[in-house]
Design a protein around this ligand. Sequence first.
Ligand code: AMP
Length: 214
Amino acid sequence: MICIFLGGPGAGKGTQSLRVAEKLGIPHISTGDIFREHIRNKTDLGILAEGYISKGQLVPDEVTMSLIEVRIHADDCKKGFILDGFPRTINQAELFDKLLAKEYKKVDKVINLDVADETIVNRLANRRVCPKCGAAYHTKYLQPKKEGICDLCGAELIQRDDDREEVILKRLSAYHTQTEPLIKYYKEAGTIVDVDGSRVVKIIFDDIMEVIEK
Ligand code: AMP
């Protein structure tokens, strides 16, 4: 199963895709998480990516593609994987389809999480994330059992640097201009299903699993 999660920043891609990956027993691949790990480790890639991420811009496609190519060829991806935050441009989607076609593979499902911009701004400004496992919480609506601590792995929660309001607006704008056209791309391919991402986490998850198991 090769499944892509599409949607604006804060649409719930991370929360839902992590749960789906866990349920299916296949890896969850978030390009954002990979970039953040490189930033923490101060690698050359991290230093390069940080320049874009801190401004709410997308990292250049060549950089993202080479990272994805390596990751999806790791041993744990043999039975499939869930992509969170990739592809984010038409060019990435086309290059990814070509990459898969070389190995007689294809994208099986694209889940498009649909959420209004106002909801996104509120969610991101109040979002707290786990730097270790990527789990996301909301200061009011999705609190961890113990304040400031990740339920899943026990690490201390943080606010992402790019979850500041001025950066959020730039990320939303990058989503509308560069990523939203992917909805049409995958509609033409017949692989996309729209899911209302404004509801509670469990209801959205049940809907997604129904789509995936069909
Ligand atoms: P995310 O955690 O998915 O919200 O990603 C955080 C940031 O990482 C984005 O705002 C982009 O700057 C960068 N990023 C993540 N995935 C990609 C991608 N597929 N292409 C380009 N930039 C990306």
